[in-house]
Design a protein. Structure first.
Length: 326
């Protein structure tokens, strides 16, 4: 019984002691210089963190954006060049239904086609076909055939589209040249055939014909066979251009060469005096002949650097040799 009463008395006393200790631990709050207020301390305010400025990342230009203006300019340049190089059909250049284009390197020839129509692209007679390439081989039918025989054998490229509104290109290579064509398909109108003229080949043929005419022309007008003297000896090396003979008419000297002189390098002519000194002389080339406007006793034809071919032409004054013909 005594233990129980003590327990009840000790418990309130302990509680009062604990409360007094807690009150003593709370620091006083200063309200004014003369008043001290004892109360529970307020919770400290949260500390503010320093403001961090937001940085918006810069948009870096990619390599593509750098190249975009350059690519656009390049595409415009290519388009302008193709338009400038494209040759359109000309009404004045049609022979019946065949369009005749003048051939030139690098030209784009525009060809109009249509479904259910075959367009014939005829190459130069004798030209050997190498290859045919097209940008679109799915919607276009492209083939080749030949006509004629021998030197007149001619290659034909046949083109037909499957539908209207198509466009592609065609490249044809041969043993002589390359053709570049721009193909367009329309609803109904189509070119039946086209071919080319070749101004460069014609110019070469005219030049060759002129050379043949000059070669067949007489060396000099007014020559009399009785006046010709063939008393010249040709000695020395034997190159392919070695003269066949030499003669004069008392005023001019003529040196005749073989036909091969026209396709090789021609030798210069030097006059040789009595002391053996050589001097270049003026002469004219007429066909296979050198024409010298004087009579000489000795001359030499020289050609080459390391191994020089020398052919000597000497006039024999004592015993002239006469033959008919030049």
């Amino acid at each position: 019984m005594t233990i129980s009463i003590q327990t009840r008395l000790i418990a309130p006393a302990c509680a009062l002691a604990v409360a007094s200790a807690a009150a003593a631990a709370i620091p006083p709050t200063v309200a004014s210089p003369t008043t001290v207020v004892t109360s529970r301390a307020a919770a400290p305010a949260p500390q503010a963190w320093p403001a961090i400025p937001l940085v918006t990342p810069r948009k870096h230009r990619t390599a593509r954006s750098h190249r975009a203006p350059v690519a656009t300019t390049s595409l415009r340049t290519v388009s302008a060049a193709n338009r400038a190089a494209t040759l359109e059909p000309d009404r004045q250049a049609f022979i019946n239904a065949v369009q005749i284009y003048p051939y030139a390197d690098g030209v784009l020839y525009h060809v109009y086609t249509a479904p259910e129509r075959v367009t014939d692209i005829a190459l130069q007679p004798g030209e050997v076909l190498g290859a045919v390439a097209s940008g679109d081989t799915v919607r276009w039918t492209i083939g080749d055939t030949t006509s004629g025989a021998g030197d007149s054998r001619q290659t034909h490229i046949l083109v037909k589209p499957f539908a209207a509104g198509l466009a592609t290109n065609l490249v044809v290579t041969t043993d002589r040249r390359s053709y570049h064509l721009a193909l367009t398909s329309t609803a109904a109108s189509a070119m039946a055939a086209l071919s080319w003229t070749y101004p460069q080949d014609q110019l070469i043929a005219l030049k060759h014909a002129a050379e043949q005419v000059r070669a067949a022309a007489p060396v000099a007008a007014g020559l009399s066979l009785e006046q010709l003297r063939f008393n010249y000896a040709v000695t020395g090396d034997e190159p392919t251009w070695r003269p066949l003979r030499a003669f004069d008419d008392g005023r001019q000297t003529f040196i005749e060469f073989p036909v091969s002189i026209a396709v090789g390098e021609a030798p210069p002519l030097f006059l040789v005096d009595a002391k053996g000194a050589a001097q270049l002389v003026n002469y004219r080339v007429q066909g296979r002949f050198y024409v010298v406007d004087r009579i000489f006793d000795a001359a030499e034809l020289r050609l080459g650097s390391k191994h020089q071919d020398v052919v000597r032409i000497t006039r024999i004054a004592d015993e002239p040799v006469r033959r008919r013909g030049a």
